[in-house]
Design a protein around this ligand. Structure first.
Ligand code: AMP
Length: 257
């Protein structure tokens, strides 16, 4: 298993550097993970990151990192973005794209990348395509996780996140060894504000309207890899690796072991 970077370049932007220089992999994975909130993308991204050595780049994590910084360090645009997030609404494309473009060097990383929660609209997907074409780092695949709505709501209500290292748990399907404490760093596990019922409703509506059309966008580009997100995280992970193997076998790059 490969060591994980602290993702400082992604989370903080600017001149921040990651604690590890990711090795130049011969064939780094460059993936997008798609799926409704609560479908388990974050957990799969974490497992994939350990297996493939590529960093999990989540736009939601950029906002959560900004939320834990002091009020005076936040720009007015970031304060507005955090208000949108609290209500479960999508942050404006312009704001998200500005943050992503500032972090474009993460797309050239020798370890590859796993995009989680970005793109979320067709406008964002078009901008990403342009950026990756300019950097000559095209996507290998877009993993699209599917699950019925009632199961998604059950997952969201039981989800808990570490305040410190952001690891994700579920009180029933992926409980920590000690209730309320993170297995990795001992940090407190909390329910995200936007996992509360009133915000979940808004997030699902935003997903159906803005993000679901992305499956067509990537299907047309022959990048879409549909994955059933039913079952325990480890089962879904096995399914993911199998689907990736099949996708890579269709290209000339080597498949994961
Ligand atoms: P996530 O952790 O990916 O569920 O993101 C949490 C929240 O951050 C979302 O509900 C949005 O308010 C905001 N957000 C994250 N990524 C994006 C994005 N690509 N476009 C718009 N809003 C986003």
């Amino acid at each position: 298993m490969l060591k994980q970077s602290n993702r400082a370049a992604w989370l903080k932007g600017g001149d921040a550097c990651c604690n590890l220089q990711p090795q130049m992999l011969a064939h780094p994975y460059r993936l997008v993970l798609l799926g409704a909130p609560g479908v388990g993308k974050g957990t799969q991204a974490e497992l994939l990151s350990k297996k493939l050595g590529a960093c999990q780049l989540s736009t939601g994590d950029i906002f959560r990192a900004a939320k834990s910084s002091s009020d005076c360090d936040r720009t007015p645009a970031m304060t507005r973005a955090l208000d949108c997030m609290k209500r479960g609404e999508l942050v404006s494309d312009d704001m998200v794209l500005a943050l992503v473009e500032e972090r474009a060097r993460c797309f050239r990383c020798g370890g590859g990348f796993l995009l989680d929660g970005f793109p979320r609209t067709v406008k964002q997907a078009e901008a990403l395509e342009k950026l990756l074409t300019a950097l000559a780092t095209p996507l290998d695949a877009v993993l699209s996780y599917d699950l019925p709505l009632e199961q998604i709501v059950a997952r969201l209500s039981g989800r808990r996140t570490c305040m410190n290292c952001k690891s994700v748990y579920h009180i029933e399907t992926r409980p920590p060894h000690i209730a309320g404490a993170c297995d990795h760093c001992g940090g407190d596990l909390v329910q995200r504000e936007d996992d509360r019922p009133e915000s979940v409703h808004v997030r699902m509506a935003a997903y159906a309207e803005s993000t679901a059309p992305l499956t067509d966008f990537y299907r047309q580009r022959n990048l879409l890899v549909p994955i059933t997100a039913d079952g325990m995280p480890e089962e879904i992970f096995k399914r993911t690796l199998k689907a990736l193997k099949i996708k890579r076998a269709a290209s000339s790059a080597p498949v994961p072991a």
